[in-house]
Design a protein around this ligand. Sequence first.
Ligand code: BGC
Length: 391
Amino acid sequence: MSSRSFPKGFLWGAATAAHQVEGNNLNNDFWQLEHAAAEHGVQFSGDAVDSYHRYQEDMRLLADAGLNAYRFSIEWSRIEPSPGKFSKAQLAHYRRMIDEAERLGVKPVVTLHHFTHPIWFGETGAWLGKGAVEAFSRYVEQACTILDGVEWVCTINEPNVLAVNHGQLRRVAEGKEYQRVGALPDTEIGEALIAAHRAAAPLVREATGAKVGWTVANQALVPVPGSESKHAEVQHIWEDMYLEPARDDDFVGVQSYTSQLVDENGIVPHPEHPDNTIMGWAYRPDALGIAVRHTHDVVGDVPIVVTENGIATSDDQRRIAYTGEALRHLRDAMDDGIDVHGYLHWSLLDNFEWGRWDPTFGLIAVDRETFERHPKPSLAWLGDIARANAI
Ligand code: BGC
């Protein structure tokens, strides 16, 4: 194996999340929030990119390009529209997605929770509500009934970002100010998510035999000289407390986009710069290497899958440049002995970026009037890497 090739069976794919692509998830908390916050300029998910009906085309484009894995999430609010009442039809829908992936020779990587929950779960206090872990476990048990043959299952996506977002809502509900910059995860919500993951992971493992893990947002935090102790404190609250439970898992998902400095006041906001992405994030393809190495430092020998990495840009050549460089940093980390099993690009499709439509992360553009898919050159480029299994 030349140093720039990847191990046999390496997962090369792309990722999406239900609420960002399906459309009309009327029964979840984010739909509710979009409507409640409309006056602040928050946009609606609406039909999203209608992947609920067009998933076959989406997966076919991915497979035809040469990719061999598709990470998608199943939507709790569709599967359990009211507490304890499960929709057999919706479960069958997600089973058809899994079957379709398998038919195309694509490995499904299934996320059970990607940021959204049913409205009823929010009404019972969401993750801090009494019985949250039991409610999530009950849903997970039902989800397991359709996961036969799936090898990779993520329980909860980015619990740390979820704890930032729900922490903000909690602050506002308590009459405190919304923190525009530098908000950290709410540790109490984080602990509740850890409990939910610890309850769900063994259920999935026993029912399906899949490799089970969760996916953590890695901010590739770097200390400003002299701020090492603040850096250690922030890094623990931001990501390490979510990586530590992954030591008991079959794999951990690394999600990386950018890197940030930490000074004595905490995380330093991204300075304005012409190279910043549409998200306003610093252009840092090297972040992936930092994130993978840091994750390895915390989890030890637990296998890693890059479950998200990408860039919001309208210039597809820039997406190719960013991703090519990120992959070189990933390969360097692997050369140093870190066990990485896959790279899943965020995202397969331009999609609903949680209240905004302008950040385009996709390998495929979508006409939001006709839902026509337009693959970008980056899709074929990544597919060629997948076919060669080398950079
Ligand atoms: C999330 C995705 C999101 C992406 C880009 C991650 O935080 O898992 O849902 O679209 O980053 O912001």
